[in-house]
Ligand binder design. Sequence first.
Ligand code: 5AD
Ligand code: SF4
Length: 459
Amino acid sequence: MKYSGNYFVNTIGCQMNVYDSEKLASILSSNGFEKTTDYNDADIIVCNTCSIRHKAEEKAFSFLGRFAKAKKKKPNLITVMAGCVAQQEGKKAFDRLPHLDIVLGTQAFSRFGQHLEALKSGENRIVDTNDSPMIYETLPDTECFNENNISRYVTIMQGCENFCTYCVVPYVRGAERSRSPEKIMEEISLLAKSGVKEVTLLGQNVNSYGQREGEISFPQLLKRINEIDDIQRIRFATSHPKDLSMDLIYAIRDLEKVCNHLHLPVQSGSNNVLKKMNRGYTRELYIERIAALKEQCPGIGLSTDMIVGFPSETTEDFQETVKLLHEVEFDSIFAFTYSDRSSAPAAKFPNQIDESEKKDRLNELLKIQETITEKKNQILVGKLLKILVEGKSNKLRDGFKDLNGTLKQMTGRSESNKIVHFPSEHANIGDILEIEIKNAYPHSLWGYPVGDETVKNEK
Ligand code: 5AD
Ligand code: SF4
């Protein structure tokens, strides 16, 4: 028997959760629910949760907590905690959220429909944190795509067995599993037919794609995807520095659709800290890989993740991280203060760093990076960048003369992942245009489409 009513899915966390939430939504649709964008109208509320840091976890509890009252007024309202916090907490989730109906772990998606049926037949407080050997497969619902769907995520693998000592992922996402190349190709081909121009391939460590299954390697997978007509750009995340092969560097260099950008989390610039983090590389090896990338792929955009205030990180260790920032000159960084996760080994490490000290280190790092980002953006002034147009923005920049009042300001990204704004009369979402960069700002660039005579500038 199917349901009738509305569903609302709230996503907290990473790109993989965004992708997973679409799967949850499609399961809800096939069980008779319809999508609503207002949770007050919903008959079932799903929160797809993240437990990477304490703050994300608290966000999940606080979001779901607000429906305790609503359920009193609307007793048939169903609330579901899905994803990483669900996997981590299991039935403990009811201690803080006694009104929850389903706790759906990261590997339980294939059984979600079954659990909804069980609720209907009177079961309550269902918990499923069981493993699943395979990644849940369903094709995306391309019927509901619109012109904004030019860029999509595609999960190619899940789980992680690297066991970095600060990280919950191996515990909440389980053992590493890869999807078959056939399934991935089928999904991306369907996306391409539906107007998608760019795919971002997702996995906790894409460099080890297919290894456990004896499948083709990640560079070989990229080569296959590169041949799909209508896909114009391929991105991927995340790469682990210890597994970054020359073959992957050559794939970035040689495959024309693979964007000249790499997100390569370093986490720390100190060998002491890297060792305690169990990262499996030294700062020297990391810098060597970066040098190879810069040599083989000139102009490559580089981004990274950093953690400050890992247990026992000294000011000298932190200065090593600062030094690395200056040496590499990333285009952008995602920096976090270390967050204690009770299931990860580092929670038991001695010499935890004071929260205020962690914040000071984070602010120092972000401030330094700001000048580096601006400097790297500045270098691009006067250069031509190929932009995939992603959307419109409302306002034309000051000093810009719209000759006949028909211009729109559009936004897109360069291969190197820079956000570029530009005025245009003709550009459409999904076009790839050449833009001459005129101005650089801390977080974006501004320029003019080459050869577009309708566009003139006063400055
Ligand atoms: N505390 C702070 N940051 C963390 N990350 C992972 N675990 C933690 C933690 N316990 C960061 C890492 C990772 C990114 C996704 O989140 O930098 O690359
Ligand atoms: Fe976490 Fe390390 Fe695996 Fe990344 S590689 S998901 S940081 S354990």
